[in-house]
Design a protein around this ligand. Structure first.
Ligand code: PLP
Ligand code: COI
Length: 364
């Protein structure tokens, strides 16, 4: 980590916050990432000066020069985490230090400045404390306040080099389930046209460009009646990597969880890593190893693979129900293992189970 760690945040409150009635309307049907709270946090960075001008400000449009580097060369990174309301009204985040660390790793890969962990955490504390009325009630089931920290190259300059000015923003959105219709098995398209990441590329970073590059594959999936894409490795088109916005797990009939090794092309998910820890406690074995598309197809056919699920902050844990590719398709069985892990993760996040790992951090 570099730069200062003693940022002071100014506060400018929104003179026209949403009314409680409007908030209640939004909470009744939040969707995902459609509505935003009254405030956001902004921190600027200047080459040679470091981080400065940290503040809580009203949520609203940002000014950007048409020559801002991010609009041309996509020097941008982001994070995603949630704030959960517990039954006693308190509000908590889940492993935010891991998001701070991943934002710093993404920053190094995209030649952006690293925001010190304490400033990242302070930005989250400040926004969630201020906008805590926006955190959905615990009784609403799986609703939460989705936090989206991001950082972009703000310098007006068309030369290709790291921007000398950068802006970090944190916005928040009350959300329900990522997939409309709640937890039901999703169908997966296996793209043979597109890959997501190659060794040495940006697959392990959470940068906007990765998602832009996945959109054509997503359209291909939809054209084939599928909801999400599963990407294979770029070198051999053989090894299962991950979905466009989620990691993947396989459950075998002897109760082993298998997930692809993170070796530079896969985003190291915080949900993925938490499942690695929780699995042992639930009596499941875990293996991180390469898994091929042939093993997936043969394993489902033979009954060796009993469940497949995707995991991520937005999607939590979502069973995969079908796999389709050019010229074929396969139904994937569903079972209780994914739902059991899902429940134990949600129980920790919503404060219904003891947090034995020190994963929860109180925000309000
Ligand atoms: N893989 C990709 C490409 C993602 O965008 C995400 C979502 O953040 C994940 C995996 C899961 O990561 P996490 O569990 O930290 O949300
Ligand atoms: C998240 O799970 O937080 C993500 O960023 C994934 C995105 C596709 C919504």
């Amino acid at each position: 980590m570099n730069d200062t760690t003693d940022l002071k945040f100014s506060t400018t409150l929104n003179p026209t916050p949403a009314t409680p009635e409007r908030r209640a309307q939004i909470h009744a049907q939040p969707g995902f990432g459609k509505f935003f709270t009254d405030h956001m946090v902004s921190i600027d960075w200047t080459h040679g000066e470091g981080w400065h001008d940290a503040g809580l400000i009203p949520y609203g449009p940002i000014q950007m020069d048409p020559a801002a580097a991010v609009l041309h060369y996509a020097q941008e990174i982001f994070e995603g985490l949630k704030a959960y309301r517990h039954a006693d009204g308190s509000v908590w985040s889940f492993r935010p230090e891991a998001n701070a660390a991943r934002l710093a790793r993404s920053a190094r890969r995209l030649a952006l400045p690293e925001l010190p962990e304490e400033d990242f955490l302070a930005s989250i504390d400040l926004l969630v404390k201020t906008d805590q009325a926006w955190v959905p009630d615990h009784a609403s089931g799986e609703s939460s306040l989705y936090l989206r920290p991001f950082m972009y190259a703000s310098e007006s300059f068309l030369g290709v080099r790291p921007s000398k000015t950068v802006r970090y923003l944190l916005i928040a959105s009350p959300v329900g389930p990522y997939f409309s219709g709640g937890v039901k098995p999703v169908s997966i398209w296996l793209s043979s046209t597109y890959t997501r990441a190659a060794l040495g590329g940006t697959g392990a970073a959470k940068c906007g460009g990765n998602y832009a590059a996945g959109l054509a594959a997503q359209l291909e999936a939809e054209a084939h009646g599928c909801e999400q894409v599963c990407f294979l490795d770029a070198a051999e088109h053989r090894w299962v990597e991950e979905l466009g916005g989620m990691n993947i797990y396989f459950v075998t009939k002897d109760g082993t969880l298998v997930t692809p090794t993170v070796s530079g092309t896969i985003l190291e998910g915080i949900t993925r890593s938490s499942i690695l820890t929780l699995a042992g406690e639930l009596g499941l074995k875990v293996e991180e190893r390469p898994i091929s598309i042939d093993e997936w197809r043969a394993g489902v056919a033979s009954g060796e693979i009993t469940e497949v699920f995707a995991c991520g902050t937005a999607a939590v844990i979502t069973p995969l129900g079908a796999l389709a590719w050019e010229g074929g398709e396969l139904e994937i069985p569903t079972g209780e293992v994914a739902m059991k892990i899902r429940q134990s993760l949600l129980d920790i996040q919503y404060g219904r189970a003891e947090d034995t790992h020190g994963w929860m951090r109180q925000l309000a």
